[in-house]
Ligand binder design. Structure first.
Ligand code: P6P
Length: 338
């Protein structure tokens, strides 16, 4: 590993392969990396506050301490909003799209993000993450609109996440493979640590909240039951790994292989996870890494979101397991509407 390649340098090298590029996407990715540095600083501190038992309500400047996910939201809105590279934003924390402040330079990209997914886990010191999805704008000029974001995932031009775990990592792709950068606090830089990440074609892990098993559709039930049988040649049973924090569960699946799934259930017939700023960006990444992502009937990348906060069932990981899951859905559920 060459630990002298910063994320800025890597992004610049990618841009060199695209002479037609204006540099806006590079600038946007660097703005996201900068936001990640600020967010990771607060995520680390939040754990400290809890340990020391400080009130955490009013800080030394007399400001109300924002909830961590609202802090992450405001950092991303401000750093990306004033970057000059976007025409519109969407966040898990806001019902509608976020327009740029009056007079802010309007750029050619549209971005949706989940500022801090899994933040309910922070008190247990569990890894959490920020997820982002980037499109080239579709509206012709001026302020962007929701039309720039209600698009199938196959139209994304970049996607990624920042994982606040035992170390902070930024993992992204802009169409030239998936690359991972580990934050070095002593240098204040994200350094290239995982170039060209490829997911194993099949794995030995499955990742799901088995507590919902009773009300899953038949195909998902039988698929998971199959993974738990031991029959030798298939190298089964698979091992269960579930953190309950999407970015952490996805990252492990990306690195080790296997499958992460959040099927629909009685309480959530549409599934729990969000399409625009969770499933679609992770689907883009996993396909760039040689994997697959499905809603059970077909690729996530083909689904046109009905709204910014639309939910979807998600089956994502190694192609072997995702294809096997789809065969179970077809056999036991027929073709669910995609
Ligand atoms: P459950 C966290 O709340 C989250 O949105 C994702 O990060 C995670 O994958 C999922 O929900 C966990 O859901 O129902 O298993 O607690």
């Amino acid at each position: 590993m060459d630990d002298t390649i910063t994320i800025q340098r890597h992004i610049a090298k990618i841009q060199e392969h695209h002479p037609e590029a204006s540099g806006e996407l590079s600038g946007l990715l660097n703005a996201i990396a900068f936001a990640g540095k600020l967010i990771q600083r607060e995520v680390r501190k939040a754990g400290l506050v809890d340990i020391l038992g400080l009130t955490g309500r009013i800080n030394v400047q007399g400001e109300e301490v924002q909830k961590l996910d609202m802090y992450a939201h405001h950092i991303l809105v401000r750093t990306i909003g004033q970057s000059g590279y976007i025409c519109v934003m969407a966040s898990e924390e806001e019902q509608d799209v976020i327009h740029l402040p009056e007079g802010e330079k309007i750029g050619h990209y549209a971005i949706a993000f989940d500022p801090l997914d899994g933040s309910s886990n922070i008190d247990a010191n569990v890894s959490i993450g920020s997820v982002f999805s980037i499109f080239r704008r579709r509206t012709p000029f001026g302020p962007g609109s929701v039309d720039d974001l209600l698009r199938p995932g196959r139209e994304q031009v970049a996607a990624g996440y920042i994982l606040y775990g035992s170390s902070t990592m930024m993992v992204f792709s802009s169409g030239d493979g998936v690359h991972g950068f580990t934050y070095d606090p002593s240098a204040g830089e994200f350094l290239l640590s995982h170039p060209y990440i490829k997911i194993p074609p099949r794995g030995n892990y499955y990742s799901v909240n088995e507590g919902n098993h009773a009300t899953w559709p038949e195909g998902s039930k039988r698929f998971v039951d199959y993974l738990k049988e031991s029959d030798g040649p298939e190298k089964k049973p698979y091992s269960l790994r579930y953190i309950g924090s999407l970015v952490a569960d996805f990252h492990r699946t990306l690195v080790y292989g296997g499958v992460f799934l959040y099927p629909p259930d009685e309480a959530r017939p549409e599934g729990k996870l969000r399409l625009v700023y969770e499933a679609a960006p992770l689907a883009y990444l996993v396909e760039q890494a040689g994997g697959a992502a499905s809603n059970g009937c077909g690729p996530i990348r083909h689904i046109v979101p009905s709204s910014l906060h639309a939910r979807t069932p998600l089956y994502i990981g190694s192609p072997h397991e995702v294809k096997l899951l789809e065969s179970y859905v077809a056999k036991y559920e027929g073709a669910r509407a995609t």
